[in-house]
Structure formats: structure tokens, C-alpha cells
Design a protein around this ligand. Structure first.
Ligand SMILES: [Zn+2]
Length: 43
């Protein structure tokens, strides 16, 4: 999920990384540093 230009963890709302308006991403899995959940990043 993207909030104010930041890709945020859908579980704990932690800001993970900044995304550009024209960014696109799929097939990337990332572990949230805060809650430890693995997130499938899709932009
Ligand atoms: Zn999290």
C-alpha cells in the first residue's frame, strides 16, 4: 500500500521505502523490519 509517496507495510503501516509516481514493481518480497511480516510488493 502507498501512502503519500511511501510504500507502507500493510500490517503495521511502517514506511518502508519511497516510490516515484511512475514506479512499477512486482515479484518482490520484502520483510518488514518493524513487524517481521513478509510483504509481496506490487506497485
Ligand atoms: Zn510491518
Amino acid at each position: 500500500m502507498i501512502i503519500d509517496g511511501w510504500y507502507c507495510c500493510p500490517h503495521c503501516k511502517q514506511k518502508l521505502f519511497k516510490v516515484a509516481d511512475d514506479a512499477s514493481c512486482k515479484g518482490v518480497r520484502l520483510k518488514c523490519k518493524k513487524c517481521g511480516n513478509e510483504i509481496a510488493v506490487t506497485i
